[in-house]
Design a protein around this ligand. Structure first.
Ligand SMILES: [Fe+2]
Length: 225
């Protein structure tokens, strides 16, 4: 399995704090059967001023540590980019990690204002396809599956957080996640792991619940971008 959304890189966002936390998270991935993790720290103006160079460098540093510890996990530099008006220009200037023409993006959790779609449209002009992170956590979209379908038809891909199915992000996110999964609307599932407290048992429980709902093929949604 492959995880395209992870805050395993230490010291650059609200994910792993120290290198030891990153290693503990890597062990969790190994136990769960992941072979590859896209390191996707937040990129957010004024909060997390990460860019491609910083992510690539930290990713290489952590990879070296994992290799020394004989933890078999391949790390890929990626990002989770907060949608604001600065993003299209950064895409144009190739300042953000785009893989196979795709960029992982997130919006606010409490609303889905119309300007977000203008930003998404502006990103697509540069032939970059936005993957909308943990869409089931957005309070407006949770109640509006038609809007989610519309975003997909407009060329966006969608990613769900597997822990949503356990109620980790609340009852509404759980309900929305189950509906999207059953309707086959997710393009990707991921962990969005922030620390080693999101432990093996929690992910196993989530995977079991997802398998009960849609069968073994749920594993195939943990895939490359
Ligand atoms: Fe995230």
């Amino acid at each position: 399995m492959i995880d395209i959304h992870s805050h395993i890189l230490y010291g650059i966002d609200d994910g792993a704090e120290a290198i030891g936390d990153s290693v503990k998270m890597a062990v969790i991935y190994e136990v769960l059967g992941f072979k590859k993790v896209y390191c996707s720290p937040h990129v957010m103006n004024f909060y997390y001023e990460n860019d491609l160079n910083k992510v690539v460098q930290r990713c290489a540093e952590l990879q070296e540590v994992l290799n020394k510890e004989k933890i078999e996990l391949e790390l890929i530099p990626f990002a989770e980019v907060y949608l604001d008006e600065s993003v299209p220009a950064k895409v144009a200037q190739k300042k953000l990690p785009v893989i196979n023409g795709k960029l992982l993006v997130e919006g606010p959790l409490n609303e889905w204002p119309p300007y977000l779609e203008e930003i998404l449209f502006a990103i697509k002009i540069y032939n970059v396809c936005p993957i909308i992170a943990h869409i089931e956590r957005n309070r407006d979209l949770q109640k509006n599956l038609a809007k989610i379908r519309q975003l997909k038809e407009g060329g966006c891909l969608i990613q769900g957080n597997i822990l949503s199915i356990t109620g980790y992000y609340g009852a509404s996110a759980k309900r929305c996640f189950e509906e999207l999964l059953k309707a086959d609307l997710y393009d990707f599932l991921a962990t969005d792991m922030h620390n080693a407290e999101n432990n093996v048992a929690m992910y196993r429980e989530a995977m079991d619940k997802a398998k009960k709902l849609v069968g073994e093929q749920v594993k195939a949604l943990f895939k490359e971008v």
